[in-house]
Design a binder for this molecule. Structure first.
Ligand SMILES: [Zn+2]
Ligand SMILES: [Zn+2]
Length: 191
């Protein structure tokens, strides 16, 4: 058995045991998620920094989600810096970075992604939109921002609209707010 490496081979800093933002490759080597992201973007060869094994596309995308979940806005600006990256679709769930940021309630990142050209009404495998994710988790500010930027309040997960999921999750005021938008056809901010 090999001993677990506790240092990130890219930045040479210790990886805390509880550090949330780590990405483990198929070769079992692991790195800080953001360090790996930068490595993938800048290295001439997209292999594992330690053993050079080719990094699977799925892992590259997981790494992006890992970054969005744990990084701050400045770090996101550095790691998702083109429209192609912002619009990247997860092969398993067909979610985009905007789905993840909306679901985590990270408003500053949501704004950055939309400004960079993210598709506001992108639909994942279960048809859910970023607005649906924000509504489900009760992130009012993200919901407001998405609606003001063209999110369609009627698009939900199959028959379940963002309003319905918000209500189901106990976000009653948010559900009422969404319902006003639906009545207005999503064409303007309710007073
Ligand atoms: Zn590192
Ligand atoms: Zn490796």
């Amino acid at each position: 058995m090999t001993t677990e490496v506790t240092e990130c081979a890219i930045c040479l800093h210790e990886m805390e045991r509880h550090e949330p933002s780590q990405t483990r490759l198929e070769c079992n080597h692991k790195f800080h998620a953001l360090c790996l992201r930068k490595h993938i973007q800048t290295a001439s060869e997209r292999g594992c920094p330690l053993c050079r094994k080719r990094i699977d596309r799925r892992i590259i995308q997981n790494n992006v989600y890992n970054c969005i979940s744990n990084a701050n806005t400045q770090q996101i600006r550095e790691c998702l810096n083109s429209e192609t990256e912002v619009r990247m679709i997860d092969p398993m769930w067909e979610t985009t970075p905007l789905h993840i940021a909306a679901s985590r309630g990270k408003l500053a990142i949501v704004i950055y992604l939309v400004e960079m050209g993210a598709v506001v009404n992108a639909r994942a495998k279960m048809q859910h939109t970023p607005l649906y994710m924000a509504a489900m988790h009760g992130h009012r500010q993200v919901v407001e921002y998405l609606l003001s930027n063209g999110a369609n309040p009627r698009l939900g997960r199959y028959e379940i609209t963002p309003e319905m999921i918000a209500r189901q999750q106990g976000h009653t005021r948010l559900a009422d707010y969404l319902s006003t938008w639906q009545i207005m056809g999503g064409e303007g901010r309710p007073s």
